[in-house]
Design a protein around this ligand. Structure first.
Ligand SMILES: [Zn+2]
Length: 64
């Protein structure tokens, strides 16, 4: 984890773990490679933290 990446995460600009990315029927979802947050793709190269997890069917636990 670099300092730059950590700052990006604080700004809600995350980067997915590519092998963890799945399609849930509505959006690409995954986990941030830097902070481990549950995220979804809001636009190309734009990943935001998932706020509502109740409708997500592929919420894979993040390895610690
Ligand atoms: Zn992050």
């Amino acid at each position: 984890m670099s300092a730059f990446s950590f700052i990006a995460c604080l700004l809600n600009q995350h980067a997915p773990v590519r092998r963890d990315v799945t399609w849930n029927g509505r959006a690409y979802i995954g986990h941030c490679r830097h902070c481990g947050a549950a995220i979804k793709r809001s636009a190309r190269r734009s990943w935001r933290k998932r706020k509502n997890l109740s409708g997500e069917q592929y919420d894979i636990p993040t390895p610690s």
